[in-house]
Design a protein around this ligand. Structure first.
Ligand SMILES: [Ca+2]
Length: 164
């Protein structure tokens, strides 16, 4: 069964072009130091997760990053710069698994349309997390952004993913 699923996943990636690794199965590792940031655009993504944090409706597209927390680390936040004036962005940190039934120890959705967001990552327990760049709850908007690790470093750790 597991082999069949792997073949199916490969076929789906080929069918979709597989050019962008921004999904639960192939998240972008978020690690490193200081202002080393990455950019993205949820308008070019897919609605990976229709539900977030068990109860949150998420009809908007999601760009997925993996975050590995291991002591010691010094990062205090992951900040989003919003480049789309009409977009109400949100950051959601899922624990352990990339799916809608995962609990979310942190999220950031304080700003309105066009505003940036700052996700507090200080004091998290060691473990594997997934960061979704998405829209505010029940919103279908999308936009372009930059995200950067602020205040220090996140651990640079290789990891493997179980997508079964
Ligand atoms: Ca979504």
């Amino acid at each position: 069964m597991k082999i069949s699923l792997s073949i199916l996943a490969g076929a789906l990636m080929l069918a979709s072009g597989g050019a962008f690794a921004q999904t639960c199965a192939n998240p972008i590792p978020m690690n490193g130091t200081g202002t080393a940031g990455v950019t993205g655009d949820t308008c070019a993504g897919a609605n990976e997760l229709g539900t977030l944090c068990i109860f949150g409706q998420s009809p908007s597209n999601d760009i997925i990053y993996s975050v590995t927390i291991a002591a010691p680390y010094t990062a205090t936040s992951i900040d989003l710069t919003n480049n789309t004036p009409a977009w109400n962005a949100a950051l959601v940190l899922m624990q352990a698994a990339c799916n809608g039934n995962s609990t979310c120890p942190r999220n950031a959705d304080a700003g309105g349309p066009g505003a940036g967001e700052s996700l507090n990552v200080a004091g998290l327990p060691d473990g594997s997390y997934f960061l979704a760049v998405t829209s505010t709850t029940s919103d279908t908007g999308c936009g372009s952004f930059g995200v950067a690790v602020v205040g220090g470093n996140l651990p640079v750790t290789l990891q493997s993913f179980d997508v079964s």
